[in-house]
Write a protein that binds this ligand. Sequence first.
Ligand SMILES: Nc1nc2c(c(=O)[nH]1)N[C@H]1C(S)=C(S)[C@@H](COP(=O)(O)OP(=O)(O)OC[C@H]3O[C@@H](n4cnc5c(=O)[nH]c(N)nc54)[C@H](O)[C@@H]3O)O[C@H]1N2
Ligand SMILES: Nc1nc2c(c(=O)[nH]1)N[C@H]1C(S)=C(S)[C@@H](COP(=O)(O)OP(=O)(O)OC[C@H]3O[C@@H](n4cnc5c(=O)[nH]c(N)nc54)[C@H](O)[C@@H]3O)O[C@H]1N2
Ligand SMILES: [Mo]
Length: 764
Amino acid sequence: MSDKLKVESATMPAGGWGSVKEVTNILLHEHVPLKDSRLLMKQNKPDGFACVSCAWAKPANPHPFEFCESGAKATAWETTSKAIGASFFDRHTVTELESWSDHELENQGRLTEPLRWDAASDKYRPVAWDTAFAEIGAALRACDREQVVFYASGRASLETSYMYQLMARMYGNNNLPDSSNMCHESTSVGLKKTIGVAVGTVGLNDFEHTDCIFFFGQNVGVNSPRMLHQLQEARKRGVQIITFNPLRERGLVSFTNPQSPIEMLTGQETPISTQYHQLKPGGDTAVLMGLCKAVLARDDEARAGGAQRVLDMPFLQEHTHGFEAFEASVRACSWPAIEAESGLTRSAIEGAADVYCKSAAVMAVYGMGLTQHRQGVQNVTMLVNFLLVRGNIGKPGAGVCPVRGHSNVQGQRTVGITEKPELAPLDQLKAQYGFEPPRKTGMNTVEACEAILAGKVPAFIALGGNFVRAVPDTVRMEAAWRRLPLTVQISTKLNRNHVIHGQASYILPCLGRIEIDRQRGTPQSVSIEDSTSCMHGSRGMAEPAAATLLSEPAIVAGLAKATLAPNPNVDWDAWVADYSRVRDAIETTFPSIFRDFNERMWTPGGFRKPLGAAERVWDTPSKRAEFTVPAMLQADADADSPDPAALRLFTVRSDGQFNTTIYSNEDRFRGVSGSRMVLFMSPVDMARLQLADGDLVDLATAVSDDAPRHVRGLRVVAYDVPEGCAAGYYPECNPLIPIWHHALESKVPAAKSIDVLVRRTASS
Ligand SMILES: Nc1nc2c(c(=O)[nH]1)N[C@H]1C(S)=C(S)[C@@H](COP(=O)(O)OP(=O)(O)OC[C@H]3O[C@@H](n4cnc5c(=O)[nH]c(N)nc54)[C@H](O)[C@@H]3O)O[C@H]1N2
Ligand SMILES: Nc1nc2c(c(=O)[nH]1)N[C@H]1C(S)=C(S)[C@@H](COP(=O)(O)OP(=O)(O)OC[C@H]3O[C@@H](n4cnc5c(=O)[nH]c(N)nc54)[C@H](O)[C@@H]3O)O[C@H]1N2
Ligand SMILES: [Mo]
């Protein structure tokens, strides 16, 4: 892959011919055989497999091609015919592999054999499955059981995840951090507190009934492109879409449906956003306060003129608690403060509020732009306040819609992967399996990082993911990671977390979800939960990358049997032989969610878990939806530098990546290719700091701390970013984010705001 940076202005719509070209390119690049490229027809179909890319809902009546450019890339990346043979590790020491990029590592193709790091040669060497399990089991039995960490990335199925949490609890702790700890945990905390469910209330049907959609900090064209179909249909009905995002993201500007021959031939585009507000990163609470302030003003006018109230008074009275205190805080908040913190004018915010006040059913869609801040939970609860004032939760076409990341990240929480014992059915597990589940709160991601930095973790087991690359504070974390006595990674592809490893290190390669998973000759299926709380079955359809691979359930069972004392109530082998028995066990543990699980999992469109808030049943202490008073307008006061030269950096994804998996150096929607080492800056700041396009710069974290933090050698790209901010790519910019800079309450690393100083690189 060349690292020559090319910058062009990007004006294409999301979708369109560009996406067709991208899909063709990746299929060719990954040497996906024709029969496997036909797999795309089965993606997200009721009788097919659930896409391994994002978690967006899968409709009951899918499009002929219910996949998008991002999903096709993820499928090609998993079904690639490239594979890592034993000779690869003969040729490369692990120290040498440390200098490889994320792309180069994963681009070697699928891992095919279990591997153990050999200290003498500094190479990974093949090891028999049984030996690997026995050695890991022996090591785990000798560890301090309270300190071992069981991480999960959000791709593993409901079946695997259920087995994994049971293994951790039978082992003796609740240390079950999940990728959602870096992602939508602010949602889980904020929504639970205010509306009594930890997940969104919007379902696919709501898109057909809504009048207006507010979009905060979610890049739909890249991260959940299938939602563009719902947005396009809504736009064609005249639905207003009002976007708040510091960047003008292409998918939020316009879309050409690649599945519509007419649109493709005529180059017809649907404009997506009807209003686009480029707020400052971290300005969302201020914007939402402004919106609510404008709603109150309109309500005051209506009352004075004897017109119909703008506030939904019957809803407020019957269904909510705490409105008066919230109203007082909004009235006390001044417009100059709102304008200063949001970077938007009062009239722009009032313009958006006017549409809100005229709309009967409004939904709010959001992503990492809200959750990854110091006040990430407050951002979510402010969004709830905004919806509640006009009764926009629990009626058709209205509601809150957090767009989840990994394809089963929400489901993992549902089946018990959580560090919070109060969220797991511990008494039920005790009754079902006859063991004493640990009651102590476990470590989440940030706490696991802190324990690793403090040298307190004896072993780290990872069900997927690329933990050390995904977490903040890369330099400090990598140094501490190397001191871990044992690391075990269940993975499909080689990544940084394998080459930066513990003193004993194992890689356990697994089947991916798209592959046929045969147990005793019988193909098995698995299930996942999408972003709208619908459960779907998924059948693997491609031949496995290698006969030596084990499925994730088989690996978890192998580890469990080698580590735990036998328990007559848990028959790991029977579960692996037939996954429907795992589903029966899940149904026993969670009867109200998974009733008739094995039958219902193939329902087209999935079956939905019960969601009180969607029916206006509020599972909160007051049994009403709770208004909350924001503590402050600033989203990241802890990361604010007094230095006037500091810029507020936020990290984003490109369409050439899935998290730390870098498919290519392309970011076609932002017109950048050839390199990811770029810093998007406003021309105003460039002039102020005397920088020109293409200049080479170093960044240093600007908030005082013991450890200096740098990223060196970024190229400046002039871009339409609000003044005073800059954007860079995740994970390349992660060394700049201190581990202590995380959301209050949810502890999601605050990757969307850190003040940095920009210096010209000495040699340039
Ligand atoms: N192709 C692809 N799909 C993916 C992923 C991927 O990497 N690639 N990752 C998956 C995962 S795990 C997740 S969690 C999701 C992530 O999907 P998103 O939630 O879309 O996350 P990001 O790409 O990090 O950026 C979010 C958007 O927030 C904007 N933003 C940044 N700061 C702020 C702010 O303070 N306020 C507001 N209002 N906006 C802000 C950014 O400009 C960007 O457009 O996508 C999932 N889907
Ligand atoms: N600065 C910054 N940091 C961030 C973010 C950000 O926006 N900015 N986003 C955060 C978010 S939202 C998230 S979710 C995390 C992501 O953190 P993770 O979920 O830990 O990371 P991924 O990059 O998704 O993991 C990729 C690896 O998963 C493995 N894998 C892929 N498929 C499978 C499979 O089917 N089974 C198994 N066992 N392994 C598989 C492959 O080996 C691959 O290398 O990063 C977080 N970090
Ligand atoms: Mo995520």
